[in-house]
Structure formats: C-alpha cells, structure tokens
Ligand binder design. Structure first.
Ligand code: KG4
Ligand code: ZN
Length: 364
C-alpha cells in the first residue's frame, strides 16, 4: 500500500471559493478539512454568475479559505506534501485566482504544484467517498455541467453524451425565475413540486426518441414560459396550486429525460467496458429527491450499484481537487510554474465540443 500523503486542494472555477486538506492514499483517503465560501449573495441581483464579480470575490477570499482549511486540519504548510489546484475548466478570472495562489504557496514553501481538471474532481469523488473500483459510469448534473462519463482510470475518460444547451440546474434556476420562485431554483422548484400533480401539464421530453446519450433542456424551459403565460391569461395571475402542478410537471419531464438517457448511457458504457461497477452521480441536481429515486429505481432494475456521494462532496468543493491531486501525485504527475488557467479543458480530449459557454462558464 502506498505511503499516506497530505494534500492541500484549492478550487475557484465558478462561484465557490474553496480549500481543503485530504490525507491518505488512493484506496484510503480521508477529508481532514473542507472549507467553502459561496458567492450567492454577490450575484443575486444579476440573475446569474457575473465573471468579474466572481473573480474579485475569489481573489479576496482565497487566502482565508486556505488558512481556515489548514487551521481546521490543525496543521501548517510544513506538513503538506503537495498543493493541488483547479486549473480549468471554468471562468478564467476565478481559475487564475486559484492558480496564482497555489503557485505563490508552492514557490514560497518549495512544494510540488499539481493542476487538476475540475471535472475530474467530480468524476473521481465516488472513489474518495465509496472506494468504488474502475470502470464506472458517472452522471454529472449541476448548474454548469451535464455529461455522461465512462471513467476507466484517474486520467482515462470517455464522454458518452451530454447536454447540447442548458445544464439541468440551469433549467431549474430559469424555471424558478419564470415562476417567481427564489434562487437557487432547484430546491425551490422541488419544494413546490411536492404539492403538485406531475401529469397536469404535458411538457416536452426533448431528444428522447434519439438513440444517442445527448440531451437538451432549453426547450423545456421555453415550454414552462408558454404554460405560465397561458395560465396568467386564463386566471389573471399564477395561482399557487397551478404553479405547483407546473413545477411538478417540469421536474418530471427533466427526470424522465435524465433516466431514459442514463439507461442508454449504461448500455453504451457496458459496450466499451463490460466490467462497469456502478452508476455514480455528482453535482447539485443530484440532491433532487425525485431524480435520485428515479436513478435508484433504474439501477435496481438493471442490477447496477448506485452511488451518490454526500451533498457537500457532490457540489463544488476543494476536497475533490485535493483527492485528484493525491492520485496524480502518486503517479508522479506534477506541474511546474508554467501551469496555466484553462477556461475550456474537456476530460475526453477526443470528443467533439458539445456546448458553448453557459451562465457558469464553459460546460464541457
Ligand atoms: O454543483 P452545484 O452546487 O454548482 C455548480 O453548478 O457548479 O449545482 C448547483 C445547481 C443549481 O442550479 C441548483 O438549482 C441545483 O444545482 N440544485 C438542484 C437542487 N439543489 C440544487 N436542482 C434540483 N433539485 C434540487 N434539490
Ligand atoms: Zn462543478
């Protein structure tokens, strides 16, 4: 068994400034501290993440996040073996803030510097939390990302499909805005949906008929907008009960697409890697009870293990970055001062670009 090491992780690719300490080896690693400073309030007035505001907030908070992570772990930089930092993909101002901080610490202390792909952080979290073996299928569903990844090693990924427009969290957030519900939209829409009838509105389930694993959610949001306008015209307002029905119908449409496409992605993954051990999910949308239950039921039906890491490690955090840093460190994959911030950095370098930039930056 490889000797345990202690890694400091730094994450600042979107709207969370985070630092964490992870200790152990590839098969037995422990999150010693995990600090996240969110920026929801700073962006609240703008209906989305403003890159310049995000970059400034990261630059202001990043030292504090590192300090808190070290204090909570009860260690100093002298006890750290290497520094891992998100080097992309994401909003370039934020990524730069993290990379510059990591370079400064690395130079000052003579510590190895490791650039980490943010998506690898999400994709490898199930190994940190549940020690699942390669290969497995990962469904990444958040406000900025949506893709199916076949994960075969810490640096071998195949993207089997993803959204061609909005990410699911983005669709939840936009739906909430259309229906006058607060941000973040996911929890607000889910709560409203609890009281609604998911068969009340027949909303589209885009690309369902197609055999591939790609998805589209922007038409669904437009359908919600049209339905809302029809309700307002008929009732001179948006009655709470009908709004709940619309939320439930929206959530059901999105869930049905995710589940149907996960079924297809599992077939595609097994065709490439028959020994698939599990379906794992990550990202804020994985918190949704209806989607989680649907995925669990699918896994029971196709006799596959289902892994959903705890929410604090599903959403953006630096522990996942430290863990990927640990794996790269074990493999001798260390960077130097030429490490640069990459706004776009697909995990699967061979797959064609699916998307442009979303409200939270590059999505694939
Ligand atoms: O992974 P995350 O914290 O950040 C990034 O997008 O990187 O995901 C946030 C997204 C938001 O769009 C939020 O509305 C959505 O996850 N979300 C949910 C739920 N909780 C958070 N969506 C659906 N149902 C939920 N319960
Ligand atoms: Zn993320």
């Amino acid at each position: 068994m490889t000797k345990p090491v202690t890694i400091l992780g730094i994450e600042s690719s979107c709207d969370d400034t985070a630092a964490a300490v992870v200790r152990g080896n590839a098969h037995d690693a422990r999150v010693v501290s995990n600090v996240v400073f969110g920026q929801t309030e700073a962006h609240a007035a703008f209906g989305g993440v403003v890159p310049e505001i995000a970059a400034r907030a990261h630059a202001e908070k990043i030292d504090r996040a590192v300090e808190d992570a070290l204090n909570q772990a009860n260690i100093t930089l002298d006890q750290i073996d290497a520094i891992a930092v998100t080097a992309g993909p994401g909003l370039v101002g934020g990524v730069l803030a993290g990379v510059m901080c990591a370079k400064g610490l690395s130079l000052a202390k003579g510590l190895p510097l490791i650039g980490v792909n943010h998506l690898a952080g999400h994709a490898l979290t199930p190994q940190l939390t549940d020690q699942i073996e390669f290969p497995y299928l990962m469904l990444l569903v958040s406000g900025g990302h949506c893709q199916f990844l076949l994960v075969e090693s810490h640096d071998t990924y195949t993207r089997l499909g993803g959204t061609i427009d909005d990410a699911p969290g983005e669709a939840f957030d936009k739906t909430a805005r259309i229906l006058g519900l607060p941000q973040p939209g996911g929890p607000a829409v889910e709560t409203a949906a609890l009281h609604g009838n998911e068969r009340a509105f027949a909303l589209p389930r885009p690309l369902l008929h197609r055999d591939d694993c790609n998805m589209s959610f922007s038409g669904l949001k437009t359908a919600v907008l049209r339905a809302r306008d029809d309700i307002i015209a008929e009732h001179s307002g948006l009655p709470t009960g009908i709004r709940s029905d619309l939320c439930a119908s929206f959530q059901a449409a999105l869930r049905d697409v995710l589940i149907a496409k996960t079924r297809k992605a599992m077939v595609a993954a097994r065709a490439k890697a028959p020994a698939i051990t599990a379906l794992a999910v990550a990202g804020g949308v994985a918190a949704n009870g209806s989607i989680r239950t649907g995925l669990e039921a699918l896994c029971a039906e196709i006799d596959t293990k289902f892994v959903a890491p705890p929410l604090s490690l599903c959403t953006d955090n630096a522990a996942m970055i430290a863990f990927v840093g640990l794996l790269k460190f074990e493999h001798g994959q260390v960077d130097d001062m030429s490490l640069s911030a990459r706004p776009r950095w697909p995990l699967d370098q061979t797959s064609p670009t699916l998307l442009g930039s979303g409200k939270k930056g590059a999505k694939a």
